[in-house]
Each structure stands twice: as structure tokens, then as C-alpha cells.
Design a protein around this ligand. Structure first.
Ligand code: ADP
Ligand code: MG
Length: 653
């Protein structure tokens, strides 16, 4: 009896609660100076007409709401000084709530609803399940563990909520009209339960408008218009069973929970909610899936085309410049590009090779075989400049050029067609017109690379020989120049133009390079890739906004659930974590599906011949972006949810 008389468990001093008043509306005084002491182990009924302020009083007693004025001492300490975590601790460890409307979480089973307070108290899962099952069995619901609330009758739901109130010990049970929604039989059963709990030493505060129900308590307090107008006083027979010292417990911090358990719990709850709302979740996911997939596919296409351009650059020789005379002057000897011009060109910096070319179609004869072919007189540097190796023999040398040697190198196809039965054409003689030429080499097959087999139907000989003996022309038809540094090719081309302009006085030549045209094409493709990527990024953003929208809706829809969680002892960060986990889980699933879809679409495009290169970086980035958007857009609604006042959240429809 000493513990009971020492200090009241709950003491209210001149407690007041007003509503309104700030926004111009007249303030409503709901509680007008309540003084009340409740000792440990009491079974109290608070009775009064509807609207007299009973629920308001209970919400304040249970720390779901704060008074406007006056003091609330719990075990001697002023509750007003408690921070949010401490209040959560109090709700979790000291109180157990039973509401008229049951307030069960609709997406969770009976057993999971009962387990809820223990989750926030950090009880490991096996013990939690076992205890919840035992409590439900004690209340006659052993067969109903896995039923969702909507599958239970009102009486059964109320028993589930009583089991939940007892889960963490239920030292103080606060019951607001617990029988209000029940038929008389179920109501009587619930009252019987309260009697048993009172006998077991639980402190019970029962709120009712029904005098008959109130009369069953050991102490009856009557309220009217926010004031206590009657109190039967503490029953003389104080509780037989001592309760653990709450004062000591209240001073300690909540137990540290393992983050892995917390995360698993949050993920499980999040998954449940996603599954229950799977249609809506799927629609949200669609936005993210499309966003991620399009980012991946666009990047792959961009990379693929870029690679193709690079390959083209390699094939066509990005280090080459071409120059030819144009217009009137090209037909006037001495006014076209001359060998003296070329000597000056060779002295320009960055130019490594200058190949003058003179070309034309001629008939080539071997034995009695005549073939029309493309004859090209060129420089000794050709195999190196055009990276075109020989298949047999050797290429002609600078000395051959100087001496106007009558030597020829055959293209791969020409060699085969001109002398099909000769195993090695090297050493054979061919005739062009009446001039004999000795075959000294055969080029490797070039058409196999470019797809143009005509490239192999040609005959190469020294530029000087071709000019003198085949074409009767001293000036090159066109000139190929190789540069050392491709990065400076544009500068070199400008220098070349300036040089020729100085020598000729007029622009009677044209100069070009493969790199310029390929680079131009590459840049248009780059622009296209960038635009496509932008579209992809925008769709990812739209997906993120979808997540935010759903999160906002979810929070609004589930405000009452948040209230229930807060009432059972969830801290703000538990709520925040849960909603964030949901957002991240949605985006994780969406992101993974997006990567899958992106790869599938990419593979299909590849099969259709679109050049495509998957980039792991792009996949990770798109996936990461999706999850980040989820976090970002999920955070604000989640924070809003976490900061809700329990009583506000609970009273939402
Ligand atoms: P009871 O539970 O005894 O029926 P309540 O405590 O629910 O009474 O309400 C008491 C009075 O306070 C009622 O007149 C009600 O209209 C008013 N009230 C309750 N909550 C609010 C609120 N959030 N804003 C304004 N008035 C409120
Ligand atoms: Mg009420």
C-alpha cells in the first residue's frame, strides 16, 4: 500500500483545454480546470454526456494531446517537459489504448496489429509473435491470428485492440467508449475482460457515457461541460498486485533497437502496403520503369552510334586530307597544282606524307586476258598512309619513282581475275597499251572491310611512271596528305589553304578531310543523343513526381494508421523510416524493373541491327537516380506524416 499512497500515478492540476481562438473564431473551452488524482491499480470510470469533454481528457491523459493550460504530472514529473521521444516512450511502455472505433491497421493481420507496440519496443520477432498469439488466444481469438480486421466482428476487433493494449504490459489501460460500438453480449464480454485486468493489477481508466457501464468500475468520476462534478473517491481496497516502478522506468531511455531489425520491419510493412495497393503501385512503378529503361536504351544507342562513328573514322583514315585543282586552271598546264606546290606543302608542319595521284581507267592485259581497271599512279608511302598492307611481294619505292620504273602492284581482285591460274603474280608482266610493266606485289583484300569489292580492282604504279607512260600528264589529279596529329588537322588545313592561295593568287583548288565530315555527322548524332537523353531524364523526373504523388496520397489515406502507430508508441523517426522505406522500396522495384526492361528493349534493338552498347555506368546511374528521386520525393510526405500530432492523426476520417 506504500507505493500507492506515496504519489499519485497521474495527477492533473487545473487542467484546461481550449479549441480555436487563434483564427478569429471564438475559443471553445472544452476542459475548464480539471483537478484529478489517479493512483496505480485503480479501476476508474469517467462518465458524462456526449460532448462533455471525456475524449479530450483521455487524449491528454494518454499523451496523445497536450493541454492548453494546467499541469499533468505523471509519476511526479511534469509531462510538459517531455520531448517527443519521451512521450512516445510513455505511450509505448505505460499506456495501452482501447478506442470505440478499435483503430486497427486495416492492412495488417490481427496478430500483426497486436505485435505493433512490441515492434516499437524492440522485442525480437519470435518473442513478439509468441506473445501476441498467446494474448489473442487468452482473449478467445486463437483461430483468428491471420485474419485482417475487416474479416472480424466488432467484438472480435475490440478484443484484438485490447490484446494490443496489453502487448507491452498495458500498465495503464485507457479505454474510450470501448463498448460503444458493440452489441450488449460483446460489450459484457469486454467489461468482463476489464474486470479481470483490474484484478490482475492493471490501472484502468474507462470512459463512457453509459452509467450502467460506469457503475461496474470501482471509482466513478462524473464530468459535465469540461468540469468534474462528482467523484466517488478511491476505492478502499487498493490493488493486491504491485506494478513495476514506472517512475524508474520513465527515467530511462528507450532501448536501442538493432537497425537491421528496424529496416526489415519497415520493409515488411512497406511491402504489405504495396501489395495491398498493387494496382496503384504498379501504375506508379510504370513511370519509373519507363524512365529508367529509356535512360538505359538512349545511352546505349548514343554509345553505339558514337562507336560506329569512331570505327568509320578509323576505316576512312581520319588523318588524311585531300586536295585537287578545280575550275578553268586545272586544264591549263602550269596553273594547276604542281609538284613544286607539293614540295612546299611537304614542308608545312604536321604533314608527314604527300601522295600525288594521277588516275584513270585503262585496259590491262596479261596473256590474252584483257581487263578494264582503275590505274592509280601514286607515292611510295601509300601502304603506310592508307594502312593498306600487301598480300604478296613489295610496294614500289621512292627510287622506283625517281627512275620512272615500269613496275606495278595489283589489287587483290585484279590479280585473281587477270591471272587466275598463276599462283604467284609477282614477276609476271602486264601490258597497258603497249607499255609493259612488271608486277612486283599484290595488295591485301580491302573490299572485305569496306564492303566495296571494286576497291580491289585496281593497279598501282609510281606517280612519275603513270604520268609519263600511261596518262601523259605531269600534274597530279589529286593529292592525299597525311598529318601526324589528327587533333590539329583543321589548323593544318587552314595553313595549307593559305599557302596555296599565296602561291596561286586565286582559289583554284579544293581541300577537304574525312575527319571533318565524319565529325560533323558525329556531332549531329550527339545532339540527337542529348535530346533523347533529355527526354529520358524528364520521364525519370515524371516518375519521381509520381512517387511523390503516391506518397502524398498514401500519407493522407493512412493518416489514421499513422495515428495508431503513434498511439502505440512509434517515435517520429519510426514513422519517417517507414514511409521512406516504402518510397525507396517502390523505386527499387521500379528501378530494377526499368533496368530489366531497358536491357530487353536494347537486346531487341540489337537483334534488329541497331548499333548499341550497354553501359554499366548508365545503368547504375539511372537506377541510382530512380532511388534518389524516390528518397527525395518520398521524404517530404514522410516527414509530414511523422510530425503529425497523434490526436490529429487519429481523428482523421
Ligand atoms: P466527449 O468525448 O465527452 O463526447 P469530446 O472530448 O470529444 O467529448 O469533445 C468535447 C467538446 O470539444 C465537444 O463540444 C467538441 O465539439 C469539442 N471538440 C473536440 N475536439 C475538437 C477540436 N479538434 N476542435 C474544436 N472543438 C473540438
Ligand atoms: Mg468521446
Amino acid at each position: 500500500m506504500a507505493a500507492a499512497t506515496a504519489a499519485a500515478l497521474i495527477e492533473l492540476r487545473d487542467l484546461r483545454k481550449d479549441y480555436g481562438g487563434q483564427d478569429g473564431s471564438p475559443a471553445v473551452q472544452v476542459l475548464r480546470g480539471v483537478d484529478l488524482q489517479i493512483r496505480q491499480g485503480e479501476f476508474v470510470a469517467i462518465v458524462g454526456a456526449s460532448g462533455s469533454g471525456k475524449s479530450t481528457l483521455m487524449n491528454i491523459l494518454g499523451c496523445l494531446d497536450r493541454p492548453s493550460a494546467g499541469q499533468y504530472l505523471f509519476n511526479g514529473s511534469d509531462v510538459a517537459a517531455f520531448d517527443a521521444d519521451r512521450l512516445a516512450w510513455l505511450r509505448r511502455e505505460a499506456f495501452g489504448f482501447v478506442f470505440q472505433g478499435y483503430h486497427l491497421i486495416p492492412t495488417e493481420s490481427a496478430c500483426e496489429n497486436v505485435e505493433l507496440p512490441a515492434i516499437y519496443a524492440g522485442l525480437p520477432e519470435p518473442q513478439r509473435r509468441q506473445r501476441a498469439a498467446a494474448l489473442l488466444a487468452r482473449l478467445g481469438l486463437a483461430q483468428r491470428l491471420d485474419n485482417r480486421p475487416h474479416q472480424l466482428s466488432g467484438g472480435q476487433q475490440q478484443r484484438v485492440s485490447i490484446a494490443r493494449a496489453l502487448m507491452n504490459g498495458g500498465r495503464i489501460i485507457l479505454a474510450d467508449e470501448p463498448t460503444g460500438a458493440l452489441d450488449s453480449q460483446s460489450g459484457a464480454e469486454v467489461m468482463q475482460l476489464f474486470h479481470e485486468l483490474a484484478d490482475a493489477g492493471h490501472t484502468i481508466i474507462l470512459i463512457t457515457h453509459d452509467r450502467e457501464v460506469a457503475a461496474q468500475a470501482r471509482r466513478v468520476i462524473e464530468v459535465r461541460d469540461g468540469s468534474i462534478i462528482g467523484d466517488s473517491g478511491a476505492a478502499p481496497d487498493a490493488p493486491a498486485q504491485a506494478m513495476p516502478d514506472l517512475r524508474e522506468a520513465a527515467a530511462s531511455q528507450p532501448p536501442a533497437r538493432r537497425w537491421r531489425d528496424e529496416l526489415r520491419e519497415a520493409a515488411r510493412a512497406a511491402w504489405r502496403v504495396m501489395w495491398v495497393n498493387r494496382f496503384r503501385t504498379a501504375l506508379t512503378l510504370l513511370g519509373i520503369v519507363i524512365g529508367v529503361a529509356s535512360v538505359i536504351v538512349m545511352m546505349a544507342i548514343g554509345l553505339g552510334t558514337r562507336q560506329q562513328v569512331v570505327a568509320q573514322l578509323g576505316r576512312f583514315g581520319s588523318n588524311l586530307m585531300y586536295m585537287a585543282a578545280i575550275g578553268e586552271s586545272s586544264r591549263i598546264p602550269g596553273r594547276s597544282i604542281t609538284l613544286q606546290d607539293l614540295e612546299a606543302v611537304a614542308d608545312l608542319p604536321n604533314i608527314t606524307h604527300v601522295l600525288p595521284n594521277v588516275t584513270g581507267n585503262k585496259v590491262v592485259r596479261h596473256g590474252n586476258q584483257d581487263i578494264q581497271t582503275y590505274v592509280r599512279g601514286t607515292g611510295a608511302g601509300l601502304p603506310e598512309v592508307q594502312t593498306w598492307p600487301l598480300a604478296r611481294g613489295a610496294f614500289f619505292t621512292a627510287e622506283d619513282e625517281r627512275e620512272l620504273a615500269s613496275v606495278a602492284v595489283l589489287g587483290y581482285r585484279l590479280a585473281r581475275e587477270l591471272m587466275p591460274e598463276v599462283p604467284d603474280p609477282v614477276g609476271q608482266m602486264v601490258l597497258i597499251g603497249n607499255s609493259p610493266f612488271q608486277v612486283i606485289g599484290v595488295m591485301s583484300e580491302k573490299g572485305a572491310l569496306s564492303g566495296d569489292r571494286d576497291e580491289d580492282n585496281l593497279l598501282l604504279m609510281p606517280f612519275s611512271t603513270a604520268g609519263a607512260k600511261v596518262f601523259g600528264q605531269r600534274e597530279p589529279t589529286y593529292t592525299v596528305m597525311a598529318v601526324a596529329d589528327v587533333g590539329r588537322i583543321q589548323d593544318t588545313q587552314q595553313q595549307l589553304e593559305a599557302l596555296l592561295l599565296e602561291r596561286h593568287g586565286i582559289r583554284d583548288f579544293s581541300i577537304g578531310n574525312a575527319a571533318a565530315s565524319i565529325a560533323a555527322e558525329a556531332s549531329t548524332r550527339d545532339t540527337m543523343t542529348m535530346m533523347l537523353s533529355l527526354v529520358a531524364a524528364v520521364s525519370l523526373l515524371v516518375g519521381g513526381i509520381g512517387v511523390m504523388n503516391v506518397m502524398l496520397m498514401t500519407v493522407r489515406e493512412r493518416t489514421r494508421e499513422i495515428g495508431i502507430r503513434l498511439a502505440t508508441g512509434a517515435r517520429q523517426r519510426d514513422i519517417l523510416r517507414q514511409f521512406l522505406t516504402e518510397a525507396v522500396l517502390v523505386t527499387l522495384v521500379g528501378g530494377a524493373a526499368g533496368v530489366g526492361l531497358g536491357v530487353a528493349v536494347g537486346l531487341a534493338l540489337m537483334a534488329a541491327g541497331v548499333p548499341l552498347i550497354f553501359s554499366l555506368t548508365a545503368m547504375l546511374a539511372a537506377f541510382g537516380c530512380a532511388v534518389l528521386t524516390g528518397l527525395l520525393f518520398g521524404y517530404m510526405p514522410a516527414r509530414r506524416a511523422a510530425r503529425l500530432d497523434p490526436v490529429v492523426a487519429l481523428s482523421t476520417a
